[in-house]
Design a binder for this molecule. Structure first.
Ligand code: BEZ
Ligand code: FE
Length: 289
């Protein structure tokens, strides 16, 4: 096509594809171009505005490292990570939620009843639950990879004062699919906002806060691995998570329990004579076939 116009440019884009292009690749790329072209026409995008967008992407590229991926963060705060996730989740399984950048590899083993709190300050939180299939049968030996912030709102990878494995643990469910551990209540925190994502949030009059949460990756042979989070129902940011990660079935009550009622058989049980918090989180995994 020689005479490209603002009205035919999307068709011209599609016509330039090679004949043997993979059909799905063509479908995705043509739709992406169509939406981008429509977007530019709809808002009558100016040169300055388009350059600004490109310079934000360029900035994202400059600050992206293996530890900090600003493009994923863009995807998170624009709602794309959550949207793609929700479009492909099984409605009979526990909802999935964003992974975030703070998971560390090779977490230490956490036995059932083990403790992630260690010497950190704060009220003990006892977490327990069962991993089941969609028929309600327990899944023994499911693997739970668990991580959260320390009481100062920082993940271990953000904080030189923590060892890299603090508030991380790898647990397997018992023969009845149950898991149990102690920790402290995670706290709400801000996503990194010192880069172009922060600029976008500022421009939109948005804050960078996430409600407090416990992260899990749950795996079992024959089941779809689940990346998810658990939120307390009294968190001030529950209705305004900046990465759109909250789902109703992931919101739990953290119950206040009196001193003296702490169960036996936990790593911490000998040393706890204080009030503590308790949350139950049962998980349903979808079959992989
Ligand atoms: C997190 O929950 O760790 C997280 C998720 C998305 C972006 C940044 C952090
Ligand atoms: Fe997080």
């Amino acid at each position: 096509m020689r005479n490209v116009t603002k009205d035919n440019i999307t068709d011209v884009f599609a016509a330039y594809f090679g004949e043997d292009t993979d059909p799905r690749t063509r479908e995705v790329l043509v739709a992406m171009a169509r939406h981008m072209h429509d977007f530019a026409r709809e808002v009558n995008l100016t040169h300055d505005e388009w350059r600004k967008g490109l310079s934000m992407l360029e900035h994202a590229g400059r600050i992206t490292t293996p530890e900090r991926n600003e493009f994923v963060l863009f995807s998170d705060v624009l709602g794309m990570s959550s949207l793609v996730d929700m479009m492909h989740s099984n409605p009979d399984a526990t909802s999935s939620s964003v992974l975030g950048p703070f998971h560390v590899s090779n977490p230490p083993r956490l036995e059932i009843g083990g403790d992630m709190k260690r010497d950190f300050e704060g009220k003990v939180l006892l977490v327990e639950g069962q991993v089941r299939d969609i028929e309600g049968n327990p899944i023994p030996n499911a693997e739970l990879d668990i991580w959260q912030t320390a009481p100062n709102g920082l993940y271990s990878s953000q904080d030189e004062d923590q060892d890299i494995h603090s508030f991380h643990g790898l647990m397997n469910t018992d023969d009845t699919g149950h898991f149990k551990f102690t920790t402290v209540r995670p706290v709400e925190y801000t996503v990194p906002s010192d880069g172009p994502v922060g600029e976008l949030l500022d421009a939109a009059g948005r804050h960078p806060w996430r409600p407090s949460h416990l992260h899990y990756i749950i795996k079992a042979p024959g089941f779809i691995s689940l990346v998810t989070e658990v939120f307390p129902d009294d968190d001030p940011y529950l209705n305004q998570d900046t990465v759109f990660g909250v789902r109703d079935d992931l919101v739990m009550t953290y119950e206040d329990k009196p001193a003296g009622s702490f169960p036996e058989g936990l790593q911490l049980s000998g040393s706890v004579n204080e009030d503590y918090l308790y949350v139950k989180f049962d998980v349903t995994l979808a079959p992989s076939h």
